[in-house]
Design a protein around this ligand. Structure first.
Ligand code: SF4
Ligand code: SF4
Length: 154
């Protein structure tokens, strides 16, 4: 079994291999909704629930019951069809932006996306924000990756 720490250090090593100029350049493009429009699962860690519940003026228990499904252990998923774009995507972008899950705020710096140069480059063909904007240092990227380090257990 891969432990979280092992997984992160493994990816930091890989990250160093693909990082150009000691970092990765990224800036989300205003108005772009491509990653939110991909059908799939959006995970929520238990620690994210209190803030999300407050955003909806619900108690954590109500929020879990009305908006989430338990996935595994401390990991939940947003309760919505997995064959459609995210249910919280509105015409103005993410309707829960201030409390969007770490899975969303960490994109595109997911561990699997920085696994090798080919994957990062290929993702750049999908995400127009990759390669533009400011340079994120390796330390910054590894910190961001750490917010979704539960990924290997999903
Ligand atoms: S695909 Fe990239 S640029 Fe577009 S919304 Fe997602 S992160 Fe931003
Ligand atoms: S919660 Fe918001 S940021 Fe995350 S996928 Fe849905 S619309 Fe996008």
């Amino acid at each position: 079994m891969v432990k979280t720490g092992d997984f992160q250090s493994m990816n930091v090593k890989q990250l160093k291999k693909i990082a150009v100029d000691q970092g990765l350049r990224f800036e989300c493009v205003p108005g772009c909704i491509k990653c939110c429009a991909i059908p799939g699962l959006v995970f929520v860690h238990e620690r994210e629930i209190p803030a999300m519940a407050e955003f909806f003026s619900l108690t954590p228990e109500q929020f879990i019951r009305k908006k989430l499904r338990r996935h595994f252990g401390r990991i939940y998923q947003l309760d919505m069809p997995t064959s459609e774009p995210c249910a919280y995507l509105s015409e103005n972008g993410c309707s829960i932006y201030p409390v969007r899950p770490a899975q969303c705020s960490a994109f595109p710096f997911w561990p699997e996306n920085v696994a090798d140069p080919q994957t990062w480059k290929k993702l750049g063909e999908f995400c127009p924000g990759i390669g533009r904007g400011r340079m994120f240092s390796i330390d910054e990227v590894s910190d961001i990756m750490g917010t979704v380090s539960y990924g290997p257990f999903l």
